[in-house]
Write a protein that binds this ligand. Sequence first.
Ligand SMILES: [Zn+2]
Length: 76
Amino acid sequence: MENPGLIITLAPEGQPRHAKCSACDADIDVGNENIQPKERKQKLNASFAEHIKTNHQREDFSQAAARILREATEDR
Ligand SMILES: [Zn+2]
């Protein structure tokens, strides 16, 4: 089975604005416009973790998701 991953679908200026789950295509809440990049990543992380917990309840999923998220949100 494919592990769910976080897909950043819109990231102007490197700031995640919209994201979705690779496993079920659900939108992941990225947060409001006027927050700091660091907070946005934390919000995105929390939203995706919550989504995983709610929709893909497996321990290894959430661990894999955290790893994928770090890769997806690393500064380039
Ligand atoms: Zn999902």
